[in-house]
Design a protein around this ligand. Sequence first.
Ligand SMILES: *Cc1c(COP(=O)(O)O)cnc(C)c1O
Length: 227
Amino acid sequence: MSEIKKNLENIYERIELAASKSGRKIDAITLVAVSKTYPAEKIIEAYNCGQYIFGENRVQEALDKIGILKDYKDIKFHLIGHLQTNKVKYLKDNFSLIHSVDRIELVNEMEKRFSKLNRIQDILIQVNVAKEPQKSGVLPEDFDVLLDKVLKSNFLNLKGLMMIPPFLDNPEDNRIYFRKMYELFEKVNTLKKVEYLSMGMSDDFEIAIQEGSNMVRIGSAIFGKRG
Ligand SMILES: *Cc1c(COP(=O)(O)O)cnc(C)c1O
């Protein structure tokens, strides 16, 4: 069995166990296989094991792979990395979900570009819930204004929230941030029903799922350590 197949089976098992601890089934959790830095061949290998959703963090790198994989009609790409305003024009219909909407200026530019294409783009709002300096994501105190802006936009369709926790030796220490995100997710749901709470990576996805995540972004535990 290939390394990727072994890893994916291991991840599915661990997702199932973590989901069961919060009274859910494995199909309530969406796995985004984070393929950044890995070549298109690795994506095909994972696709052949039944994985259809892939996460990329750079627009140009993603577009290169999307070009190579254009005949694989059922592969979906999510953009999970920081999105510069000057890259918005390249997005077009390439991403089924954009996880990293985090500021008004970006919303304005996306609204402009997607209105020209007459495309309604599914997005998540990324929240810097731990208020780390220099980290992407809207600060909790600025969240309501951004949310309002997104809900009023005609071409961005809010599907949920995303967060990247602080990089800590012990991921247990991030449980409080996962919990805060879940509270925010519930609050958003009183205004608009949204589907996804995107949190949890290779080192902390079980904790994130226990705290209510339903979309995990896992890279190195599937594809191996990045160089
Ligand atoms: C790289 C990345 C991941 C995956 O990280 P791993 O530790 O390799 O699982 C998840 N989310 C984002 C936004 C990333 O950039």
